[in-house]
Design a protein. Structure first.
Length: 345
């Protein structure tokens, strides 16, 4: 049995540990011990300290996002805002867009475009509470065919069930008929967005997924009454990209709407006056509250655009909502649209 044991190497001789080697090893062990003691016992605010009594040091640091400025400088002779009138939606839309320089000036071949309609409620389009699906379908097709955009995304974060809202409003099927791709929100679609200068949403959850790698952003909103801020038009439409407990902002509605103008600087804003909800907004529900219209407004100054629509489509005069003046103070546009609006009939 002893023959089965592994034989030791007869040439192996244990090296004698010199005094110098011993001291060096002891110094290394002492140094490591001292370092470990420092890391463990040093106060939390000292460099390299491992203390984390609050748990905050081990919490991952997430850098908030910042959005690109999606604006494109308009042609020198083009209007800031244009109003297209005509017997059908496509004619109105093309007239309005041509007067501000044409859609192909703003969207180039290969661009990825986000179209943001208002799909907040589970309502049919004739009730005026959501964007007109006809304009969504036409605009998606124009972007893909006329501008040769790479992709057109259509997204919103509705107040009610997203799937039901996109279906009942007709916006979802219309976007897909035009060749667009609908983005519905889920819990993983939001990230914290930083908006410098914003009062209420300087750092706030934002429906970011549909904006990933996007080149241009276009808002498409209905014109409607709003029981808190007087009117919901182009600027208020961006409310649908917020996440979190956004209903708390109703306590300071004019501040939050003006923050929205600062949050997102769109390539274009389009306001559709096909179905105008004159009262009982923003949810509507009674067809008798809706006035049929024949105007579509497009522009690069969302503040001026909303002011014109408030006065001429909602027929509310010049006592404009306070959020428009706040948006102007934040550098998002000018309320005074005189001399900057072109009407094409």
């Amino acid at each position: 049995m002893d023959n089965d044991k592994p034989k030791q190497n007869p040439a192996y001789v244990k090296e004698q540990l010199s005094r110098r080697s011993l001291i060096r090893r002891l110094a290394t062990v002492a140094g490591l011990g001292t370092a470990a003691g420092y890391l463990t016992l040093a106060p939390e605010d000292w460099p390299f300290s491992m203390k984390d009594q609050t748990g905050l040091r081990s919490k991952p640091v997430i850098t908030p996002l910042q959005l690109t400025d999606f604006r494109v400088e308009k042609p020198a002779m083009a209007s800031d805002v244009a109003v297209g009138r005509g017997p059908n939606v496509e004619e109105r839309l093309r007239k309005a867009l041509d007067a501000i320089g044409g859609l192909t000036h703003y969207v180039k071949p290969g661009d990825i475009v986000l179209l943001k309609p208002n799909v907040a409620f589970d309502r049919s389009p004739n009730l005026g509470a959501t964007s007109n699906p006809e304009i969504v379908e036409i605009l998606v097709r124009m972007l893909l065919v006329d501008c040769r955009a790479q992709e057109v995304r259509v997204a919103d974060n509705p107040i009610e069930s997203p799937a039901d809202c996109f279906a009942k409003s007709g916006v979802g099927p219309a976007a897909e008929r035009g060749g667009g791709r609908v983005y519905l929100p889920d819990s993983n679609a939001f990230r914290t967005l930083n908006t410098p200068g914003a009062v209420l949403i300087e750092n706030w959850l934002f429906f970011h997924r549909p904006l990933t790698n996007v080149d241009k952003v276009i808002g498409v909103a209905p014109v409607k009454d709003h029981n808190l801020c007087q009117a919901s038009m182009g600027i208020k439409n961006w409310y649908g990209l917020l996440g979190g407990r956004r209903n708390q902002f109703h306590q300071d509605i004019h501040e939050i709407v003006s923050d929205l103008a600062l949050m997102l600087r769109p390539t274009l804003t389009i306001v559709d006056g096909s179905y105008i909800l004159m009262k009982n907004g923003p949810t509507g529900g009674d067809p008798s509250n809706v006035k049929p219209g024949d105007a579509i407004v497009a522009g690069t100054d969302p503040v001026a655009l909303d002011a014109w629509a408030f006065e001429h489509l909602l027929e509310r005069g010049t006592d404009f909502p306070r959020y428009l003046f706040k948006a102007e103070e934040k550098g998002c546009g000018r309320v005074d649209y005189r001399g900057r609006v072109e009407l094409i009939t």
